[in-house]
Write a protein that binds this ligand. Structure first.
Ligand SMILES: [Zn+2]
Length: 267
């Protein structure tokens, strides 16, 4: 008779196949009340989920997928954007496999390259210690003001987008992502990224909240805003989804692959 090696796992858990995933944040950014630890368990999207997803508004699909496929009971809006993205990629790999067809276009000679991206090979930056790192202090380079900020959560994105209501939720990572400033301004309406900045900047000098909001949304020089966005990008533990390819003409093609491109396959 063999010994039961894992007596706490239930039959249905085994059947569905939850897998442990270590979050890029290692749980350091969450408070006890958030209910998010360093490791969460995810399962693939099942046929029974398709019915739920078919009746879900498109802008709520990423959040609904996490609610369905994460074993732990927490609000996905509380996840750091990087953790959210990482879980989303893991669920995609478990559901549909890790190969993603992508096409790259050379900005110089317009040659199109069709390639396969293996999502398992995406590098990821992890938070390095267990202490809660927020609020994070910074000195603005142009105005020399002392600020404190936190990293954006998925809920911040939802809130900012509900205000502007012009973009799908996934596009937001462009704002705090790895794209160039040029692409950023082409994709993200200013109001959304300014609202996000206002949510994540907690204090400016000794300003009261009304004064702080006016400074962030109206009076802050662009150089200060860009500096804080770069700090957020640098500090955000997250998967890095930049793909680069050297064109035969000598141009380096760089593309950020976003999850809405690769998540669902066409059948
Ligand atoms: Zn080229």
């Amino acid at each position: 008779m063999s010994e039961d090696k894992n007596p706490t796992a239930t039959f249905s858990d085994d059947l569905i196949g939850f897998a442990p995933v270590e979050l890029p944040s290692r749980g350091a950014y969450y408070k006890d009340g958030d209910g998010i630890l360093d490791v969460v368990h995810v399962r693939p999207i099942l046929t029974k989920d398709e019915k739920v997803l078919a009746s879900t508004p498109e802008n709520k699909i990423p959040e609904t997928i996490l609610n369905l496929c994460v074993k732990e009971d927490f609000d996905p809006k509380k996840l750091l954007i990087g953790d959210f993205e990482y879980l989303f990629i893991k669920i995609r790999i478990m559901s549909y496999g890790s190969d993603v067809p992508i096409s790259l276009v050379c900005s110089n000679c317009k040659t199109v390259y069709n390639a396969e991206l293996d999502l398992r090979e995406l590098p990821c930056s992890y938070h390095s210690d267990k202490d809660h790192p927020e609020p994070i202090p910074a000195t603005l380079p142009i105005t020399n003001k002392e600020v404190s900020y936190r990293l954006p959560r998925y809920g911040d994105v939802v809130k900012a987008l509900n205000k502007s209501n012009t973009l799908k939720q996934q596009n937001i990572k462009v704002s705090f992502g790895k794209t160039s400033a040029k692409e950023e301004s082409a994709v993200i309406p200013d109001t959304t990224s300014v609202d996000l900045l206002n949510y994540t900047i907690l204090t400016v000098d000794k300003m009261g909240s009304t004064e702080k909001e006016r400074f962030v949304k109206e009076e802050m020089p662009q150089g200060d805003a860009i500096y804080i966005r770069k700090q957020i990008e640098k500090n955000m533990p997250a998967p890095q989804s930049d793909v680069t390819h050297l064109c035969t003409c000598g141009t380096v093609i760089t593309k950020k692959v976003s999850s809405n491109e690769f998540f669902r396959l066409d059948f």
